[in-house]
Ligand binder design. Sequence first.
Ligand code: ADP
Ligand code: MG
Length: 238
Amino acid sequence: EQDVAEYKKSLAIRVSGFDVPRPIKTFNDCGFSTQLMHAISKQGYEKPTSIQCQALPIVLSGRDIIGIAKTGSGKTASFVLPMIVHIMDQPELQKEEGPIGVICAPTRELAHQIYLETKKFAKSHGIRVSAVYGGMSKLDQFKELKAGCEIVIATPGRLIDMLKMKALTMLRATYLVLDEADRMFDLGFEPQIRSIVGQIRPDRQTLLFSATMPRKVEKLAREILTDPVRVTVGEVGM
Ligand code: ADP
Ligand code: MG
């Protein structure tokens, strides 16, 4: 236990919540498939970043998480890698359609970055990824979603449009990520986020990541997450 405390301190991690899994030291500690380990090394990731060391075991254990760490700390892989595992764990045959993993991001640029990173890890598993954001033809997106996908990465407004058009259903969605939650609030997406969350089954796993944690974001997190573990890396502003 002393070792774990020391290790967390060396990673500049602070954690709160019940029964928090201990941080890992290498990607090998995560029990990832050979394909996933291969994709990780192909990306040039030798060892997990601080947020990844603590977030990966928490998310892999199925827990909800509030992850607070500054830009550039490697938050994307913290939610993308466990999402691949979560999807591969689903029963082969399901009647439902629609994405299993849903990621919301504030801007099309960020959604696109996440899309590119996700594709690299999803490819080797035959997992289909769709990006849904403004600036692309709604008809094309509609068709792509209709063809089916396991992961959708979206800006909130465009995802709502697609849900209204019945381009997809959330019946299969069990893994929801709200990335850059503080920026989504700044951009006025709170109502859209609430609407999307309300359309996803309550027994989902929910992950919220942010660079800062203003009170209103904390309040939303407390409402939509279940027994979350809160992980903070470094110093974080409000
Ligand atoms: P954040 O979302 O916290 O701003 P990103 O997930 O975008 O950070 O990661 C920032 C950069 O670090 C990206 O270029 C990403 O590919 C790289 N990166 C992420 N994890 C690792 C790792 N374990 N080792 C090396 N580079 C990494
Ligand atoms: Mg990010």
